[in-house]
Design a protein around this ligand. Structure first.
Ligand SMILES: [Zn+2]
Length: 352
């Protein structure tokens, strides 16, 4: 079968005919593969942690997937739409043993298309039922957003559980009196804005530049506000979510986080330095500010994300399909993996 393969730590990407013997009772045909910064980091040879499965000298890319069951069982039937979870547990630590491989303690987990396991940028794959999340057929193509969304769902659930340390909800039991600022307007930033909006927050999406027309449309249609920080100041906030990975973007905003607020760090790929001052430390201490990092997601987060996609499609209609800014053929995939597409939110590869 046709697959998109890389040699980790070596720049470049190829389309190759391969054959893989793999475990799993469910045969899935890949419909769409989403592209993200991790894929491009691997293709450029920049990510040290990328590695092929044991005994292989190549890695099939792909961890954002929408697939269709072609051979199933009683619960996952032919024609069902499924999304595979990315991380596979170490089998040793307690968190992995109870399905929380996103909190693995040994670090011996694998991740499909990233570390030690082949991904899904190929015509088809076999997987176990336990690793597959069924999604509603009504979601259609935006099901390819479920993997990035699952990470956002996990981060917001973590945040909510930490914030139970005091009363943070408003008098009407929602978060309508709270302001959340999301730094970055890529797919993760926009998915954070929708998730936080659904929770009831007032949401501001911020970037150092004006929004693209698609970003503007999504932010407006979903009831959030876009602020271009190169020309406008951000107000004080209860929650700051950084999806940029640039310390120079979020460190200067520490002084704007209100009492009992939180900073959620999600981005990792940025550069630039920023200095945390004694005033910042005092503010964090005196205001009970939480700083939280979050990575990956459990199967439950994928399922909750699937419910959100159904809700959003109902609420926002066609605006949701604007997330997919470009669909390319398998043959065009190497080019879009090597170079970011201008104005891109989510570029996807169409397999079927
Ligand atoms: Zn583990």
């Amino acid at each position: 079968m046709k697959a998109i393969v890389v040699t980790p730590q070596k720049p470049g990407v190829d389309i190759r005919e391969i054959e893989i013997q793999e475990k799993g009772e469910i045969r899935v045909m890949t419909r769409l593969s989403g592209l993200c910064g991790t894929d491009r980091g691997i293709v450029n040879g920049d990510l040290d942690f990328a590695r092929p499965p044991p005994g292989n000298d190549y890695l099939v890319l792909g961890h954002e997937t929408l697939g269709e069951v072609v051979e199933g069982n009683d619960r996952l039937r032919k024609g069902d739409l499924v999304v595979p979870v990315v991380r596979r547990g170490c089998g040793e630590c307690l968190n992995c043993k109870v399905g929380h491989q996103d909190f693995c303690e040994t670090g011996k987990f694998t991740e499909i298309g990233i570390r030690g396991a082949h991904g899904t940028m190929r015509e088809e794959f076999w997987d176990s039922e336990e690793n597959l999340v069924k999604v509603a057929p009504s979601i259609g193509e935006i099901g390819v957003l479920l993997e990035p969304l699952s990470n956002v769902v996990k981060a917001t659930r973590e945040l909510e559980s930490i914030q139970r340390r005091m009363l943070w909800r408003c008098e009407d039991s929602t978060y309508q009196c709270r302001t959340a600022v999301v730094l970055g307007s890529g797919p993760i930033g926009l998915l954070f804005s929708l998730t936080l909006k659904t929770m009831g927050f007032n949401v501001i999406v911020a970037n150092r530049r004006p929004p693209s027309s698609v970003e503007e449309e999504i932010v407006k249609a979903t009831g959030s506000i876009f602020i271009n920080t190169s020309s406008e100041q951000l107000p004080e906030m209860d929650l700051l979510v950084d999806t940029s990975g640039h310390p120079s973007a979020f460190v200067p905003l520490l002084q704007k986080i209100r009492k009992n607020g939180a900073l959620v760090l999600f981005g990792t790929t940025g550069k630039e330095r920023a200095e945390i001052t004694a005033e910042d430390v005092t503010r964090i201490v005196e205001n009970n500010v939480v700083i939280m990092g979050s990575v990956n997601a459990s199967k439950d987060d994928f399922q909750q994300g699937g419910n959100l996609l159904v809700t959003w499609k109902e609420m926002y209609g066609e605006v949701m399909s604007k997330f997919i800014t470009r669909k390319v053929s398998v043959e065009e995939a190497p080019e879009v993996l090597e170079h970011k597409v201008p104005g891109e939110i989510k570029t996807v590869i169409k397999w079927k």
